[in-house]
Design a protein around this ligand. Sequence first.
Ligand code: HEM
Length: 451
Amino acid sequence: MTAGLETVPRAPGALPLIGHVWPLWRDTLAFVKSLRQQGELVRVDVGGMPIYFATSAAYAHAVMVTHGTSFEKGRLFDRMRPLVGAGLATADSRTHRRHRRLMQPSFHRERIADYCAVISGQARTLTDSWQPGQQVAVEEVMGEFSVSTLAATMFSADIGRAAVDAVRRDVPVILKNMLLRAVSPQFLDHLPIPPNRRFDAAAANLRRVIDEVVAATRRAGGAEGHDLLSTLLAARDADTGEAMTDTEVRDELVTILFAGTETVASTLSWAFHEIARHPEVEKRLLAEIDSVVTDGAVGFEEVARLTYTRQVLDETLRLHGVTLLMRRATAPVELGGVTVPTGTEIAFSLYAVHQDPALYPEPGRFDPDRWLPENREGMPREAFVPFGSGSRQCIGDAFARAEMTITLATVLSRWRLRPVPGHTPKDVVAAMPHPDHVPMTVTAREAPEGA
Ligand code: HEM
């Protein structure tokens, strides 16, 4: 016998008409973390709409993986679709299956190795541009770096120069307003206020420029190149031989730009902050980097050998994970004895799951040693899913890990970043909670650690 949704506990603090909108807006991260105390499935009312939060790692796994085929992307993604087009992240299940098959080879090992060469060059350009004693706003620098780096891996040919410039100019404008647009009522999109005008102009320009570059690259036979655009143009379905249309390629590139820039920038900014706050971690990290990186160049080969760096990144991803993901049931599903009917909106927060005290002792403590193989024994796989899980798992996970490892190791092989006193970074809620401001001073490394 299963129970109905009416048996699911409701989160405390709902107000008439607006439900939980106030606690959700006032302190989103504290609110999503608090839900675990109410149960594994908890009702939250957003205005008139009930959303059911899967609060445990096991329930999030059930939604993403075990019953993954009975869910599609939910309301948040419906609102994002007109903004980013019909790319992988927002596509319905049928389109998703076809595109994912076509795109997967662009993220295979050999391709990542090609992208790593570009990322490495970008990271060295960044470190070459710094002077000892210079103060940098790390969150800004990482924001610009992640956009430029992704643009450079997408459009490496001369034809793509215009697109690189457009991406660097327009993506930050769109990212700044995207979450707000996605959660606001639709009629607000059409108000002729400056943020709307800037957003619309940036989105239209980005699409136009990428369209032109896609068409020009196709005409020039650019499908031979090693950049992301060329690999997508060359992609053919293994069974049908079908390729993606130019519009589909454009939408996928735009989706990748939105999915793959802020996430990386936020994780790197938090990582530099956490490393500087934990001298023991910094010491071990620098020792590893010095032993693996001998000539300042960090490429694909080095990434696998930088194991402690990976632990540091994993711990950063655990503490500063994706705020909220959503799904909508396309068939009735049973979750822990409760029948979830078709059409039910489900949400889960990787940020909250990764800080569940039942899975992580002292969850707020930054401790990369949690990720030592001996300490991971017995931990369920679903306890740590920073890139999601199941068929909608991040297609860029290996790319992101390589990019972040190369960037950390390139920067720290040459510089130390010291916090400028007087400011403690605070979370700004976005797709991933990013730090509001991370001012740091660049100091030259004097000698290899331990030398
Ligand atoms: C720290 C960096 C990143 C994190 C934490 C992250 C996290 C995620 C998560 C959790 C999802 C699943 C969303 C869901 O289940 O609804 C996702 C999807 C996606 N990510 Fe990432 N991501 C990162 C970087 C990247 C990069 C660098 C790229 C591209 C180069 C990328 C491209 C995508 C795409 C296209 C999807 C949609 C996949 C699909 O539905 O098939 N991400 N990401």
